[in-house]
Design a protein around this ligand. Structure first.
Ligand code: PLP
Ligand code: COI
Length: 340
């Protein structure tokens, strides 16, 4: 019941909404797809997803704008990225136009769950696909299910936009030539031990290094990383083994075109951390979460922006992106998909 939701105090968690979308792939084709109220999935004990983790997902958000419309941010890029994930995992692509149409159907069917403008919350949309038929020898499934559910959410990190404390992880997330560049469920399974361990030791997240040389900064378990150098340039790691974040790509464009800042995507060495003035984790769930402190094996690196508030450049990036998403700042063409 939506009237019981305390929008301003939502955390980032699953909250069952009324309708979800489902389409099945069998005999080489997708069926027409439909909305259903059934949030449960029944499948064979030997389903490929259960045995061999053949699954990928996406994450995006719907917002209520200042003028009361419900919109979604760049769903075309999520559709394209899911296509890449499916190709890498030997899963059938769910056509991009159908993906966007299904997102719109789910948001419209759950529009009472889209948090009102000004609450800081949003409707998180989770498209996903998995191999559903029984597979025992290691090979891809023949049958698949594509689904989308939605859940109202608040900030990913407790405390909202308060700077967080992260550590350099000794665990790896992605191997060279592996699956780090796609949104495969397996990338997250292998980060679970590391995130529990980080939380137990008092850190909010792990920063992963490139597993080949362990000298370059990659990303965190659920977000890309942006830095602002002491000379005011916005820099972000370039790597083949990180997820191409839609938020990060958008923020780099915002930095350049809206804020007139110099930007650079390049490999960033661990030892360069000391030259950075600000750091933020960016993603659909994280938006931009400012980092106040990075711990590298006992060495504590405090970002000059401090532990109490976002740095000035991060704040401008955050405000501009939020403004674009909420309709208070004019968006670049094609960034905002109006749903209803
Ligand atoms: N990196 C990882 C590992 C993620 O899980 C996410 C979340 O989607 C991101 C980066 C951010 O990507 P996006 O901005 O497209 O949500
Ligand atoms: C997202 O930002 O959409 C993510 O997927 C991050 C995390 C919840 C896995």
């Amino acid at each position: 019941m939506t009237e019981q939701i305390d929008w301003g105090n939502l955390g980032f968690g699953y909250h069952k909404t009324e309708k979800r979308y489902v389409s099945n792939y069998k005999d080489g084709k997708w069926d027409n797809g439909t909305l259903t109220e059934d949030a449960n999935i029944v499948m064979n004990e030997c389903a490929c997803v259960l045995q061999y983790a053949q699954t990928c997902f996406e994450g995006m958000k719907a917002y209520t704008t200042v003028d009361g419309k419900i919109v979604c941010f760049r769903p075309d890029l999520n559709a394209q990225r899911m296509r890449e994930s499916c190709l890498r995992l030997k899963m059938p692509v769910f056509p991009e136009e159908r993906f966007i149409d299904a997102v719109c159907q789910v948001v419209a069917a759950n529009k009472d769950y889209v948090p009102p403008y000004g609450t800081g919350a949003s409707l998180y949309i989770r498209p996903y696909m998995f191999g559903s038929d029984a597979i025992l020898g290691v090979k891809p499934a023949n049958e698949f299910q594509f689904r989308i559910f939605a859940s109202p959410v608040g900030p990913y990190f407790k405390g909202g936009v308060k700077p967080i404390s992260v550590r350099i992880s000794d665990f790896d997330r992605a191997a060279p030539h592996g699956t780090g560049h796609v949104k495969a469920g397996l990338n997250y399974a292998m980060s679970l031990y590391a995130i529990v361990d980080a939380h137990e030791k008092g850190f909010d997240e792990n920063i992963y290094l490139d597993s080949g040389s362990r000298t370059y900064i990659e990303e965190t378990g659920g977000a890309n990383i942006l830095f602002v150098t002491k000379s005011g340039k916005v820099v972000t790691p370039k790597s083949d083994t990180i997820l191409p974040s839609i938020t990060r790509r958008s923020l780099m464009q915002v930095a350049k075109d809206y804020l007139g800042l110099e930007t650079e995507e390049r490999p960033i060495k661990l030892e360069e951390l000391e030259d950075m003035a600000e750091c933020g984790l960016c993603g659909t769930a994280a938006v931009i979460s400012p980092v106040g402190k990075i711990t590298d094996h006992g060495k504590e690196i405090y970002l000059p922006s401090g532990m109490t508030a976002m740095g000035p450049v991060t704040q401008k990036l955050y405000d501009t992106l939020r403004g674009i998403q909420l309709g208070t700042i004019k968006a670049p063409s094609g960034w905002i998909k109006e749903i209803c």
